[in-house]
Design a protein around this ligand. Structure first.
Ligand code: PLP
Ligand code: LYS
Length: 401
């Protein structure tokens, strides 16, 4: 990849996404589920640029959404309504209403109280809403605590007993059609066992519902497949699919998988430019033009992202913290990273930045968010322009007296 040329054409900081890599990841995962009916529902939250979603739409993907905004993005990008799923613990009445009116595949319900709202709104609309229920299997996914979602300590989903009550209620309602069951125990999962255990619990639940004549069609295994940021061992898609198949013996359900990070993380690069080198006592800092408002993961989770310098410098390597201009000591991309002496305008490539990168960005410190560029067949294309000062103040300006 010619990062120098990309930086000179589009300036920095810059997000770059390799769409061909995303296609290869998509195809590998889809292929792993061969032999069973399956839908890949791309988790839009991992990278919600419309051109990225459109790319997955063209590959035949559905969409997993967590807000009505994401549902609207899915429609805009050409994902068919019958492949769109809407999850999340706090859907508002307006969001539920619009999802029902848009006739998406199903609303994934995450509490008994929410089931009541969905039923009421479907009744008001004189409609029948397809639903699934998100089961919280209380299994430790063995990942970072901030991205664990499958324990009773986490806000997501409902416990088995509550789910059963909800299915019975939904099955008896004129306005609800229970079609699916769902679990998603966390993100960046690198151990297969918790996924297998969760799938087994949920498959047993499907069987117990069958015994009371509630027949589901969709077995939604969520997302969560981890990727290599550093030297993690990851789960192979084939093993993942086989583990799920092994829990489904005797059940003829369409599998829905909601990959996010697996498809996008290692397709993305964040390109930033060196502004200054500085030394505070024995501490060396490399100050760059990107910051935590562009890529929050290192600050929020102490997440590791490989940093690759692009420089003519042949100097010895020494430890440095790579930091941005934001007014927070937590604004860093790497700590104690081995780097040569860098010059003004040298580039640093932050790897694995395609998932939960741009989307978790903000305008903190009145910084415009970076531009985004997509690469396909070796060709680069701008897919979001850089935010300018005028964009940042647009919603406030009219109120200035
Ligand atoms: C319901 C649901 N599905 C899918 C995903 C995508 O997760 P990941 O990016 O780890 O594949 C998430 C995010 O954690 C989620 O909450
Ligand atoms: N934002 C997280 C992933 C959250 C997944 C959504 N529940 C990350 O960057 O790793």
């Amino acid at each position: 990849m010619n990062f120098k040329e990309l930086a000179s054409t589009y300036k920095t900081p810059l997000y770059i996404y390799d769409l061909d890599y995303m296609s290869a990841q998509y195809k590998e995962l889809k292929e792993a589920f061969k032999g069973r009916k399956s839908i890949m529902a791309y988790a839009i939250k991992s990278n919600s640029n419309l051109s990225v979603i459109k790319h997955f739409a063209e590959l035949g993907s559905g969409a997993d959404c967590v807000s009505i905004g994401e549902v609207r993005r899915a429609f805009l990008a050409g994902i068919p309504s019958y492949k769109i799923i809407f999850s999340g613990v706090g859907k508002s009445d307006d969001e539920i209403r619009e999802a029902i009116q848009k006739d998406i595949l199903y609303i994934n319900v995450e509490s008994e109280a929410e089931l009541g709202r969905v039923e009421l709104i479907a009744k008001e609309l004189n409609s029948v809403c397809r639903i699934s229920i998100r089961v919280n299997p209380n299994i430790d996914p063995l990942t970072h605590p901030y991205i664990s979602t499958g324990l009773h300590d986490n806000k997501f989903g409902v416990e088995i007993d509550a789910a059963k009550r909800m299915y019975i209620r939904a099955n008896n309602s004129e306005y609800l059609d229970p079609v699916g069951i769902h679990f998603h125990i966390g993100s960046q999962l690198t151990e297969l066992e918790p996924i297998y255990e969760s799938a087994a619990i949920v498959a047993d639940m499907v069987r117990s519902l069958q015994s009371i004549k509630i027949e589901l069609k969709f077995f939604d295994v969520g997302g969560g497949l981890g990727v290599k940021y550093n030297n993690e061992t990851t789960i192979k898609p084939y093993d993942y699919a086989q583990a799920i198949f092994s829990t489904l013996k005797g059940l003829d359900l369409t599998i829905i998988c909601e990959p996010g990070r697996f498809l996008t993380a290692n397709a993305g690069y964040f390109l930033t430019k060196v502004l200054y080198e500085k030394q505070n006592g024995s501490k060396r800092f490399v100050v760059v033009d990107g910051a935590m408002n562009d890529l929050l993961r290192p600050s929020l989770y102490k997440a590791y992202h490989k940093i690759e310098p692009i420089t003519e410098s042949k100097s010895e390597l020494s430890q440095a913290d790579v930091v941005g201009p934001v007014c927070e000591s937590g604004d860093f991309f790497a700590k104690e990273c081995m780097l040569p002496t860098l010059e003004h305008n040298d580039l640093l490539v932050v790897h694995s930045a395609g998932a939960y990168g741009f989307g978790m960005g903000s305008n903190y410190n009145t910084r415009g968010r970076s531009a985004e560029v997509a690469l396909k067949g070796g060709k680069a294309k701008l897919i979001r322009r850089r935010e300018e000062f005028e964009d940042l103040i647009a919603l406030e300006k009219e109120f200035l007296e």
